[in-house]
Design a protein around this ligand. Structure first.
Ligand code: PLP
Length: 281
């Protein structure tokens, strides 16, 4: 397996991460996950723009121009002969003697690798179960930072309850999933949390909103209350790896009739068209 390390590709066994790398010690860095369909990256520009923004928000200077990073990632896909899967990319503030404040001298380190992975077809078709849990994360969830303990603990609670995702609740309202954005449908209207500091501004969320516009589905970017979940007609999650995936049960309550709903299906179909276009044009 070939890994992007700084500005070159090396074998995984040759990668050396220092014990004082700030990503390792503090989670001091940012990351992205980009989906690859049939060797074509999906929404690469949007992901790299978000990476740049996340870095800027933590006063981290990207080691290279976006165009150069883009070309390095293309090489990574090619050298690993990645067909279907993800590219994980992270940027650490670099290595320096351990102290919390930014080091005067450290060079940001970019690493990326390819993970072959098939589309979650069964989940997309049948829908998944989710639980709700408290959103204990910090107040800058719009930054895709390497500090993921809040998400890790939430996802583990889901795993232990045989659920695919944990829906996070802050002050009684649904924010997002531990690694996904959450949408609801009620009376033909789509509801999702506004893109502020309390959620990650998901790329798939954005794609979904533009599909909704195309399909003339009215959208309300407003949080719903946890107590309103059982009244919802449909529910789904979105993410780079899970695409648009129906949620058919939350805790012990079925959503709608307990099967993926018609508006969710419509959006899924449109999404599928977009990703097929990617490699057929
Ligand atoms: N929300 C959180 C907290 C995430 O970590 C992610 C991505 O993994 C998402 C939402 C979905 O974002 P995207 O559609 O850009 O993958």
């Amino acid at each position: 397996q070939m890994i992007l390390y700084d500005d070159h590709l090396i074998d995984r066994s040759e990668v050396k991460i220092d014990i004082e790398d700030r990503a390792y010690q503090f989670g001091d860095g940012v990351y992205e996950v980009i989906r690859v369909y049939q060797a074509h990256p999906f929404c690469m520009d949007e992901h790299l723009a978000r990476l740049e923004r996340s870095a800027r928000e933590i006063y981290l200077q990207l080691p290279y121009e976006i165009e150069k990073i883009k070309s390095l990632l293309s090489q990574l896909i090619e050298k690993n002969n990645l067909q279907d899967g993800n590219i994980y990319i992270q940027i650490s503030r670099g290595t320096a003697p351990r102290q919390h404040g930014f080091p005067k001298e450290s060079r940001p380190l970019i690493i990326a690798y390819a993970q072959p992975n098939q589309r979650p077809l069964q989940d997309l078709k049948q829908g998944v179960r989710a639980i709700t849990t408290q959103d204990i994360r910090w107040l800058r969830c719009d930054i895709k930072s390497l500090n993921l303990l809040g998400a890790v603990l939430a996802k583990q609670a889901a795993v232990e309850n045989n659920a695919k995702e944990a829906i996070l609740i802050r002050d009684g309202k649904v924010t997002e999933g531990s690694s996904t954005n959450i949408f609801f449908i009620k009376n033909g209207q789509l509801w999702t949390h506004p893109a502020n500091h309390l959620i990650l501004h998901g790329i798939t969320r954005q794609v979904t909103l533009s599909l909704a516009e195309k399909l003339e589905i009215p959208v309300k970017q407003e949080a719903i209350l946890e107590s309103q979940i059982p009244e919802m007609d449909e529910c789904f999650l979105t993410s780079t790896t899970m695409e648009i995936c129906p949620i058919v049960q939350v805790n012990d309550q079925p959503i709608g009739n307990g099967h993926p709903g018609p508006i969710t299906r419509k959006l899924q179909l449109e999404f599928e068209k977009q990703i097929t276009q990617l490699h057929t044009v």
